[in-house]
Every structure is written in structure tokens, then in C-alpha cells.
Design a protein around this ligand. Structure first.
Ligand SMILES: *[C@@H]1O[C@H](CO)[C@@H](O)[C@H](O)[C@H]1NC(C)=O
Ligand SMILES: *[C@@H]1O[C@H](CO)[C@@H](O)[C@H](O)[C@H]1NC(C)=O
Ligand SMILES: *[C@@H]1O[C@H](CO)[C@@H](O)[C@H](O)[C@H]1NC(C)=O
Ligand SMILES: *[C@@H]1O[C@H](CO)[C@@H](O)[C@H](O)[C@H]1NC(C)=O
Length: 481
């Protein structure tokens, strides 16, 4: 592959790249990158599972007839073979570009105990033996894929195992028996064990690893109203350095999922990720959340006089407004007002190096509340503000907090004459700071779940803000179950 790519003219290479999924506007919202450090850790944990499974391997009895010089013909039986100890060493899990991962184990050791029986005409001998298998090497490819449900899949292929050396210690110290072993049984034994080990690897991948990978929450609930879709958009991508898992990362309404009109940016992840796992969370993820909350009217609010502290400089009454809109008190004496606010467009976050900001635009309609529940629109305001947000994450969730910016108010329409908006600006700043921000921040503090497999804890957390994405890094601790 590499050689082919190098000889391709750059133009052609460009064309090829243009046909990769990334360029078709179906970029992942979130990329989880498992670095070589992460793979190293996974290899160590995986090894313990393999070691446990290896203990469980059932070895068959070996029986057969023999003919040994100076001894003659006879019948042998090796039975009750049992793996007493094993020590797998030198685990390595490396990206296998375009396929998945390659798993290797080197220079490992297994001790088997068993019973031997030999029959030669009327003579019957028996005893026990120890068998030390040294220099055991295993290698297998783990092919990674994804189901249509978006769950990851893994299958083992191309497994091979090789035994370097077999040493046998037979009770009775019968020299010819040792010869028998070396001449006939050892190679048979190697063959059987080598194939049993690969069978075990296949089984362990199918019955341990695949179910474990499928503990990835393909959809995770954020609150009672929205969830996040973490389905895999493609098979995990092995590059020379890391394994990248491309997840949709779309926040959606749990009751009513509708197509999303925005698309995720093409992310270019920093190469120097020095943690086991990194998550690039694009602005797409946050913006799909904004869209859903906006569509559901979560960002609409209503403000009435009872929400304003008694000693505040201005109240939502026509009397209080008289000072700066003289007409209103004359047209609607002694009535209350209600302000109805809505964020005009779903707020889009803007991620730049070191900064997450948004500039929501609100529209506020003011109504006088007339006797008999009649409401009459008296003026409309446009409200703009610049908000920056602080993002943090802990071992399982990303949380955010909006840092309020001052709002700027503009009169859009008035049916009660022109007026100065400064006092209203003060009122709105008060309301937004004391009511709207706490409400939104409470929500953001509940956090947004990271796509983590079961029994994974994160530590050594780092967070950076890049253009178009949050870049989180962490080391991983697997709690053995
Ligand atoms: C939010 O308010 C706007 C403007 O008043 C309105 O058009 C929209 O229907 C409201 N959305 C919901 C879901 O109530
Ligand atoms: C972050 O963005 C806000 C709003 O655009 C801006 O006021 C602030 O200066 C920015 N901070 C940095 C560190 O760039
Ligand atoms: C928000 O930031 C933009 C760009 O920096 C600026 O033009 C605008 O006046 C700011 N708006 C408010 C309400 O501060
Ligand atoms: C992580 O943050 C979330 C949201 O604030 C919180 O509910 C959770 O308890 C935190 N977890 C830990 C381990 O601190």
C-alpha cells in the first residue's frame, strides 16, 4: 500500500482522498483515539484474560502403539493432562493498518501435568509426568468492524502459535520412555496444544472481547429529554500510530428524533497525544444539542413581575415603565407586563484555540396583560450577547459552565412610541444573570457522558480547546471484574 501511494501522482492521491468518507460531509462528530500507550495497556489487561482462559483448556488423552529399540512393541496412554501454571509474557497490541490490531505474545511458559501408562505384553507400568513448554509464541490478528447498529465488532483471524521447546520430566526415570516421548508424543503434543491455543484465542475474542467492546454505549441518555448517539460510523481505523474510532456524536431528542441540518467538521487531531486515550469532541456535538434544545422551546422564557425582587429599580408594570415610555402608562394604566423571550436561531458554539464562545440572538416580545386575560403586544426587542464557556471533564462526564456576558438590547418595534432601552437592559441583565444562566448552567453541570466501555475509569485528565473541537486526553484504568 505504502509503496503504491508513494508512486501515485499527488493529483491522483488527492482524488483518492476525496473519496474517503471524511470528504463526503459525513465526518464523525467525535473521534476516540487509542494511542500506542493505550494499546500497550490493553495488551497487558488482555493478556490476563488469555492467561485465565489458557488454564481452562482441556487437553485430550494421547494413546497409541509404540515400537522402541531394545524394548519392543507396546501401548501407551497419556491422560489427565492438566495445565497447572502458565505465564504469558511480552504482550503487544499493534495497529494493523486497514484491518485492526495485531496481537502477539512471546517467550511464554506453560506447565502441564499428567499420568502415563504403558502396556507391553503382560507388563503394565504407570506414573506421572511434568511437561514444561517454553518459548511459546502466539500471534493473531484482530479484525475490527462495525455492525449496522453502530456497535464495534472484532474477530480473530490468522492465529498461529509456536512452541519453542518441550521438556519432560517423567517419574520412574525410564530412559526408553523419555525416548518414546521425544520421538512420538512430543510432536503430537505440540500440534494439539498449538491448535488448542488458537482455538482458545478465537473463543476468547468471540466470547470475551466482542461482548466487552459492545458495552460501548451506542446511545447514552443525557437527561430525560435528550440522548447522544455514539454509534460507529465506520470500522475503527488503524493507522501506524493509533486506533481511531469514529463516532457519530449526535445529540437527539429521545421522543422525536429528526434529521440534523448541520454537518460535522473535518477534524485534524494533534499527533502528540501523550495519554492512553483521546477524545476529539467537535462543535457539531455541542451544536446538535443546541438545535434540539432550541427546537423543543427549551430556550424560550417568559418573565413576569413576580420574578423581580421588590426593591429592584424597574418593575414589569406600566407604571414603572412610565419613566422611559410615557405613553405606555397613559394607554394602559396600572397593568402588568410580560416579556416573552426566544432565542432566534439555535445558538452555535464557536471553538477556537483556547476559547469556546457563542453569540446567541434573542428576541423579546413585551405584552401588557389587560383585564380578562387579553394580551397586547407593545414592543419587540432584539437582544445580543457574547458568552464564553468553561469546559471541564471528570472521569466520566464533560461539564460546562457559561460565563455571562453583558446583553445588548435594541428596540425592534414599538407600538407605544420610542423609548430608551438602558433601563430595560439593566432589567434583562438582572434576569438573565439570576434566572436564565443558573438554569442553563445547572443543566450543563449535570454533564455529558463520554463514550466509555464498561469498567473503565479515566485519570490524568487533560483538556485543550482547538479550532472546531475539544481535545480531551486521559489515562485508563480497567477495573477487573
Ligand atoms: C419559542 O418561542 C418562539 C417565539 O415566541 C415561538 O415561535 C416558538 O414556537 C416557541 N417554541 C416553542 C417550542 O414553544
Ligand atoms: C474568547 O472569546 C471571547 C468572546 O468572543 C473573547 O471576548 C475573549 O477575548 C476570547 N478569549 C481568548 C483567550 O481568545
Ligand atoms: C460580540 O462580539 C462581537 C465580535 O467581537 C462584537 O462585534 C459585538 O459587538 C459583541 N456584542 C456584544 C453584545 O458584546
Ligand atoms: C463527574 O461529573 C458529573 C457531572 O457533574 C457528576 O455527576 C459525577 O458525579 C462526577 N463524577 C465523579 C467521579 O466525580
Amino acid at each position: 500500500m505504502g509503496a503504491v501511494a508513494r508512486t501515485l501522482p499527488p493529483m491522483l492521491l488527492g482524488l483518492l482522498l476525496a473519496f474517503t468518507p471524511g470528504a463526503q460531509g459525513v465526518n464523525p462528530g467525535l473521534v476516540a483515539r487509542i494511542t500506542d500507550k493505550g494499546l500497550e495497556y490493553a495488551a497487558k489487561e488482555g493478556l490476563l484474560v488469555l492467561q485465565r482462559e489458557l488454564h481452562e483448556i482441556a487437553l485430550p488423552d494421547f494413546t497409541g502403539d509404540f515400537r522402541v529399540k531394545h524394548v519392543g512393541r507396546g501401548h501407551y496412554e497419556f491422560s489427565r493432562l492438566d495445565i497447572r501454571s502458565c505465564e504469558l509474557r511480552g504482550p503487544a497490541l499493534k495497529p494493523l493498518p486497514g484491518q485492526g490490531l495485531s496481537l502477539t505474545v512471546a517467550d511464554s511458559f506453560i506447565r502441564v501435568q499428567g499420568r502415563w501408562k504403558v502396556r507391553k505384553s503382560f507388563l503394565k507400568l504407570q506414573g506421572s509426568f511434568d511437561l514444561d513448554i517454553k518459548g511459546l509464541a502466539i500471534s493473531a490478528n484482530l479484525l475490527l468492524g462495525h455492525e449496522s447498529s453502530g456497535r464495534p465488532t472484532v474477530t480473530a483471524s490468522g492465529c498461529s502459535s509456536h512452541i519453542g521447546d518441550v521438556e519432560v520430566d517423567i517419574s520412574g526415570k525410564l530412559g526408553w520412555l523419555l525416548d518414546l516421548f521425544h520421538n512420538q508424543i512430543e510432536s503430537l503434543f505440540r500440534r494439539v496444544l498449538e491448535s488448542k491455543i488458537c482455538e482458545m484465542v478465537q473463543k476468547s475474542v468471540a466470547s470475551d472481547l466482542q461482548p466487552y467492546l459492545q458495552t460501548l454505549p451506542v446511545t447514552a441518555k443525557i437527561d430525560s429529554f435528550v440522548g447522544v448517539d455514539y454509534s460507529l460510523m465506520a470500522a475503527p481505523l488503524a493507522t501506524t500510530q493509533a486506533l481511531d474510532v469514529m463516532l457519530k456524536g449526535e445529540i437527539f431528542n429521545l421522543n422525536h428524533r429528526s434529521p440534523v441540518a448541520i454537518s460535522a467538521p473535518l477534524l485534524s487531531l494533534p499527533e502528540d497525544g501523550n495519554r492512553m486515550v483521546h477524545f476529539a469532541v467537535s462543535d457539531y456535538v455541542l451544536n446538535t444539542g443546541g438545535l434540539v434544545y432550541h427546537q423543543a422551546g427549551y430556550l424560550n422564557f417568559s418573565m413576569t413581575d413576580d420574578m423581580i425582587p421588590p426593591d429592584f429599580i424597574v418593575h414589569l408594570t406600566t407604571k414603572s415603565f412610565r419613566v422611559f415610555v410615557p405613553w405606555i402608562a397613559r394607554l394602559y394604566p396600572n397593568m402588568n407586563l410580560e416579556l416573552q423571550g426566544a432565542v432566534v436561531l439555535a445558538p452555535l458554539v464557536h471553538l477556537s484555540p483556547g476559547n469556546l464562545s457563542l453569540a446567541p440572538q434573542m428576541e423579546i416580545e413585551a405584552f401588557v396583560l389587560q383585564p380578562g386575560n387579553a394580551r397586547e403586544l407593545v414592543f419587540r426587542l432584539g437582544v445580543t450577547t457574547n458568552i464564553s464557556a468553561t469546559v471541564t471533564f471528570n472521569t466520566s462526564k464533560i461539564t460546562g459552565c457559561l460565563n455571562p456576558g453583558k446583553v445588548r438590547v435594541e428596540l425592534k418595534e414599538s407600538r407605544v412610541g420610542t423609548f430608551h432601552v438602558e433601563l430595560l437592559e439593566a432589567l434583562l441583565n438582572y434576569y438573565i444573570l439570576h434566572t436564565l444562566y443558573p438554569k442553563v448552567n445547572d443543566h450543563l453541570a449535570r454533564g455529558f457522558p463520554l463514550p466509555l466501555l464498561k469498567r473503565i475509569q479515566l485519570s490524568d485528565l487533560v483538556l485543550q480547546l482547538h479550532k472546531d473541537f475539544l481535545f480531551l486526553g486521559a489515562n485508563v484504568q480497567y477495573t477487573r471484574g
